[in-house]
Design a protein around this ligand. Structure first.
Ligand code: ADP
Ligand code: MG
Length: 255
C-alpha cells in the first residue's frame, strides 16, 4: 500500500498565495473528491503537486510513502507514480498519440533500455479496447482538433498506459456531455483498485453519480473547509457553495 500525503501545503503564483494550508492524505485504493467554487485553488493545488514550475510551494510538504517529492522535477514525480490529468489538455501538433505514449513510456526506462514495440502496441490496444476507444484514434495528433470528450478520453488513455499510483484528475468532467462523462467515469472505474489512489477535482456533483468517491472534501480559499462522504456532494448540489462561504466567513471572524 502506498500513500500520498499533502501536509499544510501553501502555494503561490508570483507573489499571490493561492493554496493556503491544504492537508490531505490519500491512500492507494481510495478516491477523494475535492469540490469547490471556481478560483479557489483546485487547479493550482494539482499542478503544484505534479511539479509545474510556475507554481511555487512556499511551505508544507508532499510525500509519497513518507518521502518528500518536492525536490523532484515533474518527470521524476511522474516516475514516482504521480499522474495529472489536465483540466485543459494541450494540443501537440504533429505528434501522434501512439508516438507520444511510446515516448512517455520509453522515458521511464533506464538508460540504454529499449521499449519493445510489439509488446507496446499489444498493451496499447488492450487498454484501448478496455476503454472502448477506436484504434484510429492513435494515429491522430495529440488533442489536435479533438472535441472536449476526445481530449478527456486521451487523458484517460495516457493514465491507463502510465499506470500511476496516484492520479490527480482536474475537472476531467468539465465541458463533457453525458455520454462522454460516462466514458471518462467508466475509464476511471476500470482502473480503480487497491493500487491506485485518486484525487478527483470537480466543480459539479454530476461526475460523482458515476465515480462514487470514498471521501468528499470542500475546498474554499485555498484549503479544505469541510470533509464528509458522498452525501456531502449531494448537499452541495442542493445548496450550492454560498453556505460554505458563509460558514467560512463566520468562523474566520470569530478567530
Ligand atoms: P480553481 O481550479 O479552483 O478554479 P485555480 O487554481 O485555477 O482555481 O485558480 C486560483 C486562483 O489563482 C485564481 O484567482 C486564478 O486567477 C489564479 N491563477 C491560477 N493560475 C494562474 C496563473 N498561471 N497566473 C496567475 N494567476 C493564476
Ligand atoms: Mg480549475
Amino acid at each position: 500500500m502506498s500513500s500520498l500525503e499533502i501536509k499544510n501545503l501553501h502555494v503561490a503564483i508570483g507573489d499571490k498565495e493561492i493554496v493556503k494550508g491544504f492537508t490531505l492524505t490519500i491512500n492507494s485504493g481510495e478516491v477523494h473528491a475535492v469540490m469547490g467554487p471556481n478560483g479557489t485553488g483546485k487547479s493550482t493545488l494539482s499542478k503544484a503537486i505534479a511539479g509545474h514550475p510556475d507554481y511555487r510551494i512556499t511551505s508544507g510538504d508532499v510525500l509519497i510513502d513518507g518521502k518528500s517529492i518536492l525536490e523532484l522535477e515533474a518527470d521524476e514525480r511522474a516516475r514516482a507514480g504521480v499522474f495529472l490529468a489536465f483540466q485543459y489538455p494541450s494540443e501537440i501538433t504533429g505528434v501522434s498519440i501512439a508516438n507520444f505514449l511510446r515516448a512517455a513510456l520509453q522515458a521511464r526506462l533506464a538508460e540504454g533500455e529499449e521499449l519493445d514495440a510489439s509488446a507496446y502496441y499489444k498493451r496499447l490496444y488492450e487498454k484501448m479496447d478496455r476503454l472502448k476507444i477506436d484504434r484510429k484514434f492513435t494515429s491522430r495528433a495529440v488533442n489536435e482538433g479533438f472535441s472536449g470528450g476526445e481530449k478527456k478520453r486521451c487523458e484517460i488513455l495516457q493514465m491507463a498506459m502510465l499506470e500511476p499510483h496516484f492520479a490527480l484528475m482536474d475537472e476531467t468532467d468539465s465541458g463533457l456531455d453525458i455520454d462522454a462523462l460516462r466514458i471518462v467515469a467508466e475509464g476511471v472505474n476500470a482502473m480503480r483498485g487497491p493500487n491506485l489512489g485518486v484525487l478527483l477535482i470537480t466543480h459539479y456533483q454530476r461526475l460523482l453519480d458515476y465515480i462514487i468517491p470514498d471521501f468528499v472534501h470542500v475546498m474554499y480559499d485555498g484549503q479544505i473547509v469541510k470533509s464528509g462522504d458522498k452525501s456531502l456532494a449531494l448537499e452541495l448540489e442542493a445548496k450550492g457553495y454560498d453556505w460554505v462561504k458563509r460558514e467560512f466567513a463566520a468562523a474566520n471572524s470569530r478567530s
